[in-house]
Design a protein around this ligand. Structure first.
Ligand SMILES: Nc1ncnc2c1ncn2[C@@H]1O[C@H](COP(=O)(O)OP(=O)(O)O)[C@@H](O)[C@H]1O
Ligand SMILES: [Mg+2]
Length: 272
């Protein structure tokens, strides 16, 4: 029987596309391998990160929990290439960012990583629109104001483009910060206690927004939080104590079997 070349080609194409999809979904986008970091000088020297190892697959979310001072914010700084490790390897989206100099790390961050802070970090004398557009302009993006407007509308702030931060509620300011972080379409969103300065109801709205953006865009999210409910919504939870990961597990184990790391075999979390 003669083969229809078009039909067989399309079957091959479909097989290849499927393979690429599987690889993209399962590929770890974040790999921390035994990272160590000491900060400060002399008497204030602190061994902050003590051999942390962690992987996270693209499109997944991880909630990082742990007491104050355990190294959570420092860990995020390392992931963003804002803090250099003393030893160990940090691979983000296939790039060893621990090997990049400051300029290269900054441009890598600009393209790949969005960051949201507890205290919003908006520039007070710029409008919401300017807060989102100006970093895009500085990064040399075309149509910065158009992209910024679209990003603000996508977080529900179409009516607040020309407001200054002081004219916005806490929840609205955090939406601006999220719009700013997501405007360059990063692969990874890092958030340090994104709901920490908000009341419970507003915090839940911000969490809803983050998870809906994750669903929409296949974003990988790393959230540091004190809120057990927010951590429980993440695909994975990692507990940190004194610079070490003491437990890590999947919250949706049935959907997550392909991408588990050794940490998922650690003991289940203690009942809190
Ligand atoms: N630049 C620094 N110099 C010295 N110690 C630091 C520095 N930055 C952070 N630390 C210390 O590292 C530890 C972890 O800090 P951090 O990552 O902010 O913890 P967390 O976010 O979990 O509260 C704390 O004990 C803190 O005092
Ligand atoms: Mg912190």
């Amino acid at each position: 029987m003669q083969k229809d070349p078009q039909a067989s080609q399309s079957t091959d194409q479909i097989a290849q596309q499927l393979q690429e999809t599987v690889e993209t979904v399962a590929a770890p986008v974040i790999i921390l391998d035994d990272i160590e970091l000491t900060l400060g000088e002399g008497a204030s020297r602190v061994h902050v990160l003590k051999g942390m190892t962690l992987t996270l697959e693209q499109g997944k979310s991880v909630g990082i929990v742990g007491p104050s001072g355990s190294g959570k914010s420092t860990l995020l700084m390392v992931l963003a290439g804002l803090e250099q490790v003393d030893s160990g390897e940090v691979t983000i989206a296939g790039t060893r960012i621990d090997l990049l100099d400051e300029d290269k790390a900054a441009s890598f961050r600009g393209e790949n990583i969005g960051i949201v802070f507890q205290s919003f970090h908006l520039i007070p004398n710029m409008t919401a629109l300017e807060n989102v557009a100006v970093p895009l302009e500085l990064a040399g993006k075309k149509d910065a104001f158009t992209v910024a407007e679209r990003s603000l509308k996508a977080v529900g702030l179409a009516e607040r483009l020309h407001h200054y931060p002081s004219q916005l509620s806490g929840g609205e300011q955090q939406r601006v910060a999220i719009a700013r972080a997501l405007a360059p379409s990063p692969k990874i969103l890092i958030a340090d206690e994104p709901t920490g300065n908000l009341d419970a109801a507003t915090g839940k709205q911000i969490a809803d927004l983050l998870f809906s953006k994750q669903q929409e865009t296949g974003l990988t999210m790393v959230l540091v939080t004190h809120d057990p409910q927010l951590a429980a919504r993440c695909d994975r939870e990692v507990s940190v104590r004194s610079g070490k990961i003491i437990s890590a597990f999947s919250n949706h184990a049935d959907q997550d079997s392909a991408g588990q790391s050794a940490y998922d075999n650690m003991p289940e979390k203690a009942v809190s």
